[in-house]
Structures are given as structure tokens and as C-alpha cells.
Design a protein around this ligand. Sequence first.
Ligand code: GLA
Length: 802
Amino acid sequence: MITVRSDGRLFILDTIKTTYAFRVMKSGHLEHLYYGRKIHLDSDDGLAEQSEFAPGNTSVYNPENGSFSMEDIRLEVSTIGKGDVREPALGLVNADGSRTSDLVFDSYSVSKGKARTDDLPVSYGDDADVLKVTLKDKENSLSLVLEYGVFEDCDVITRSCVLTNEGEGSIVIERIMSTQLDLDPGEYLFVTFNGAWAREMNRNVQRVGSVKLVNSSCGGSSSNHANPFVMLGRGAFDEDYGEVYGINLVYSGNHYTCVEKNPFGKVRLVTGINPQGFAWNLAKGESFRSPEAVMTYSASGCNTMSHGLHDFVNSHIVSGGWKDRLRPVLLNSWEASYFKISEGKLMKLARRAKKAGIELFVMDDGWFKGRNDDTSSLGDWTPDPKKLPHGIKGICDKIRKLGLEFGIWVEPEMVNEDSDLYRAHPDWAMRIPGKAHSTGRNQMLLDLTRTEVQDYIIGAMSDVFSSAGISYVKWDYNRNFTDVFSSSLSASGQGEVSHRYILGLYRVMNALTKKFPDILFEGCASGGNRFDLGILSYFPQIWASDDTDAYQRAVIQNGYSYAYPQSCYTCHVSDVPNHQTLRRTPLDTRFNVALFGNTGYECNLCDLPEDEFKEVRRQIEFIKANRSLMQFGRFWRVRSFDEELFSIISSCGSTSSGSVTCDEGKILSWTISSKDGSEAMSLIMQSLAAPNLNRDILYARGLSDDVKYRIVNRENTYDLKGFGGLVNYVAPFHVKQDGFVHRVISRFYKMPSEKESHEMYGDVMMYAGIHIKPRFASLGYNENTRYYPDFGSRIYKIEKAG
Ligand code: GLA
């Protein structure tokens, strides 16, 4: 709800649990008053800062407003040149070359309903309230409209801004932040999600002090180095306690978030397009729209913050036919075959997939003309006749005949120099004419700033997508920008290339998703190098990481879960030794971790031993039976492996039990509960096994306090060989490890897992916890012991009792 008071000078934006407020000062500037838990506001009395004398040697705006300095006022939008020496929201070069801007209040409007746009993705919703506040810089003939969207039920407020040149000359935008949050003094922690290829989304915590903290990307995409999502915690907080802000950007390009504490203790956060390398020319009459920022606040820890953001993404970002729709269980060919594919090989895999219960078969890289490794062919989107003698349609028809849907991999934004496309249009590749260029994965970017290149991609992809009954597309993007340049722009326009590229990409994605509304699109950028709300505005899911190792994947998925609902990140069960780490994790752990996202498979089902294949079939049945809960239920983080980081956050947590060191005995635990609290699934997983440490308590979440539930573990069987030579402890004769007898026993006898079953009230499960059966910890083993090697895990289904 938006309330405007004090004769149009006080603006109050309420969601169900939060309030955001600002006012027009006497000077005409917008003073930010408050963002936090919901409060009753009928005036700014006591909220507006009272000033009598400007501090020390600070500058004052003008003699009529001499009692304060811009550098110590909480502002909605800060500019350069009028005394505010903190991170600015705007950095402009005026027509006369000066860099001072001064934006004061002019007018406002309130309306209902927020629609998607065709150029830059934004959140949408019929019920959203929209406030537009217009500021003017009269001396420089500029207007800036701050646009706020209020999504009441998910406690989200969005903000973007539109700058218009109302003067005669041209101006240059060097910086335009989407939002700015000026907060009262306090102890804040800045939490970011950083990493690299195959190591995305590691949570990183920094104290906010007077040295600026920056979370940014500059390689062209939102990046795996620094996801645009950040959190700002105030005081002590953890998953279920304390004050925390979550801030994200609906943008897929270079982004920038900076937090600083000024000498008076106030904290400012700005977020928007990365100003590095950015310079946008705004001619007379032109406007520039910033990407949209997304803000939320929780007074009860990170889980509540995530729930608001998850609802927001599911309801107001993801769109099209796959919104809220259950996702199929797919098998992707990449780790089974890499580039070595052929119709025969793929059909063999597909037949096995069908037997396992897979619903969608995805042909990954390697299917197009001459593509035998990553050195050639990107750009030439016609099937390789040697590998697919009957074309895409041939294999697609056969796969559909088996009763499977068919999906395909493409990387449309790229070109290899060794390709017909590059030979025909070398100027379409992004490079600086006459200068040497750098490559990434042997490929170059197409210059998506150019309309003819965008049109080519739309055309080429339309041909591929309509060439057969394709129901899924994996859209990859495997390199970063270098040699940023477009020959279609003048020398002074080169600072626009990175943003124009993203605009071009959005045009292409918009056109193709509209043209093929039934196709399920999955974004990918070497895994999570472009995992953001911009991509999710068109594609409802993204390949979270090329790392499928269950242990690392758990950390990666834990990171994504802060900002993104689990239906958006795809998670595959893969082979062991894992292709990224050579680590062996138990099959049930690989499954259990993948189950807490959008689950699929990426392994060679043909090579899987029969017992494992049977288990995969059982897993797929389990996915199908539980996918509405798992894909669209409430995700709760209960414990994470790096809990000591969290104890820094809360300053009161203790880490793992006793005196274990390293990674031993560390626990990760998640629960997904249905929104009505009628059922839930919980995961508990350990890092490395520790001897003589055998107890675990599982804490459920999202249940009704006074309802009685039954909890049972998902039962399984285990290979006796997992006990190694220990079998001799009980065997009546000596069994040589991996010898004939050992192999025969392990083939015909599988150890059943322990059975766990309790009936308890919801509040007992959540607050007292379920004291589950002990792990094997070198203290003895029987049917009531959890077989629990390194990376062991269990999942538990919770349903109403009776
Ligand atoms: C990227 C993707 C992988 C796979 C390969 C194919 O690395 O992240 O999943 O599709 O490209 O080349």
C-alpha cells in the first residue's frame, strides 16, 4: 500500500510486514526516513533528522538550508557536487562539461498494476502499487523519475529510475544506480555470494566500516564471481533471528553494489549497473531507464527474507507457460557423452532413460556441423550429418516415439572463428578492428548491440526450435567479454556496448520465448556465470553449476537458496568419481542433494550397475511423487557446513560438537515444507565422518505447532563393500576385501538402512528436534545404526499423522 501524507511531502510504502518511508525536505531533496519492520506512521514527526548546524568543515547546500550538509543526510538519491562526498547514485557529465547535479522534488503519481516491458525486464503484478516521484535538475534541464513498486504479500519493494534529458545539448551518464539505501548508524554485516566456475555462490561475510565494500562484476555478465544478490544484516542475525535486508537486481550484465559507513556512522548501499567502462550518451529528449532493484527486509532472520524473495521470483519475475508448472525429470547427455554423440549412442541412452522413468531427454553440445570439440562450429546451427544422419527431426521423432520429450543445447550468442558464420560475417564478432583480440573457450561473442545480429540469432534459433518437436532448450553462454567494442557505434558510443549487449540479449530472449511459449527454456553460463533475475524473467530455470559433486553442490545450492526459489536452480545426479572433483559420494546423497532443487540426471545410465540403476528408478518415482512439494514448497535452511561463518554473523553461535577439527562432523540441513504446513521433507547431511561422534538432531521447519505428524526416513539399501574388511568382524570365515566371496556377497546381499519413524507434534519436531538414530561412528553397528560414511545423508518425509 502506498500512502502519501503531509500535502504530498511524505511517502509511506507498506507491505504486510515492512514499512519504507521518505519525505521531501524544505530544500526539495528526498530524505530517506525508514526501512524496516512495519510501523504506524502518520507523520514524519520524530523520524526526520533535526539539524541546527552543519558539521565541521562540511559543505552546505545553500544559505537557506545551512543547518545540515548533504554528506550526513539520509537521501533517496545522491548526486555529485553539492556536498555529498559518499558513493553517489548518479554521475553525469552535463552539456557544459560540468559534473554537478542537483535533483529536487517536482511531482508524484500513484497507480495500480505493474506490467512487463519489452526492452528491459521488470517485475510485474496486477496488484502491485506503483509510486513515481519526479525530481528535476533545473539548471541542467534534467528530470529523474524514481519508480517504486510495492509487492505487499511478499514484502518486496522494487525501484528503478528513468533519467530524461530535457535540455538542448547532450549529456553523458557515467553512473546511474537503481537504488540507494541510506540507513541509520548501527553495526552492519555485508553478505555476498562469490565464487568462480564450478564454485559458485559461496557465502562471504564482511563487517561494514568506513572502508567501502564492493560486490561487482565487470566481465559482461552478472557472473559467478559475485552474484548481484547481497544481504545487509543489522546487529546479530542468523537464519531465524534478527534484522536482514536482501537486495537484488533484475539485470544480467555488469553490476555494482557498494556499501560504506560515513564518518557519522550512517550506512549507505547503492546498487546498479557497474560504472566501470560505462558511459551512455543521452541526446536531447532521450531517456535512459535503469535496471530494476529489488529490496526486502526481514525482522526474523534470513529464512523469512528468502521466503519473501522466493514468492516474489515465482509470482512476479518468472513468466510464461512454465510459471508455477511442475518441471519434468530430465536426463542430460553432457557428462555421459561430452562431444562424442551420435544418433545411435543417444538412442541407447534414451532407451535406458525411458526405463528409468526419465521424462525428457536432452541432447547437449556436439550435435551441430563439425562440432567435435570446443574449437569450432559455434554459429553454424545445422545438424552434423555424420552424427545425426536424419537431422534433429530424425532423432527427436525417435525419442518422442519412446515416450520421452526431446530437448536441445544451443549457445546462440557465440561464434567460433572456425565456422561458416564467422567466415561470412567476421564483423559480427565483438572485437576491436585492427587489433589483436582475446578468446575464451576458443570462441568470440557476437555483437548483440547490432539489430541485424539479434535478428540473425532469432532467425537461426527459430529454425532450430521449429525443426522438430523440441520441448526444452538449454541456452548456454560460455565466455566473458574482452575487447569490448562495436563497429556499429561511434568512438564516443563505446561505453554503451556492454549494456547495449544485454538489451540486445533481452530482445532476442523476449522474441524467442514469445514465439515458442511451450518450450521450457533453461539458462546456463558455464553453470552459474549468469544466474540472475534478468535471465529468470525469460527462462524459468538456470543450470546452477557445472559442479555436480554432491558435497560442493550442497554449498552452492545453499547459496542460491537465499535469493532464488528452488524451482529455478537445476540440480543433476551424476556419476562417481565425480567429473569435477574425482570425489566419490554415496548415490543416495547425490540424489538427496539434487532433490532439494529442480532435479534431473546427468550420468551414463547405460554404464550404471544394475543395482544402482534400480535405485535410480526408485529415485525417479520418488521425485514424481513429491515434486510439487520439492519444487514449489517453502525452503528452509536449518544448518550449513560453514556455520562458523554464521556464528560470526550472530556472534553467539557455537560450531560443531566437541573437539573435532577440519571438516569432520559438519552438518548441513534443509527442510522444504508445503505452504499449508501439511507435509515436509527434511535433509541432513554430513561432511567427513568422525569417529565416536554419533548423534544428530533433526530440526523440522514450517509445520503447524499443534498438529501431530509422522516422520519416516526414506529407506535404502547399502553395499556391504562399504564396510571393507570390517565384515570379518562378524563373518564366520575370512572374507578377502574385493575378493570373489566379497563380490558375490555384495551382489546378492544389500544391507537395509535403519528404520526411523516417530509421531510428534509439529512444535516438538521444530523446536525440540527429532533425535534420530545414531550414526556408525566406530562404536558398533546394528540395524538401528545409520550407515553414514563421508558425505552420508538422509531424507525424512513428514506427513500429518493418522
Ligand atoms: C557448458 C555447460 C555444460 C555443457 C557444456 C557444453 O560448460 O555449463 O553444462 O553444456 O557447456 O559445451
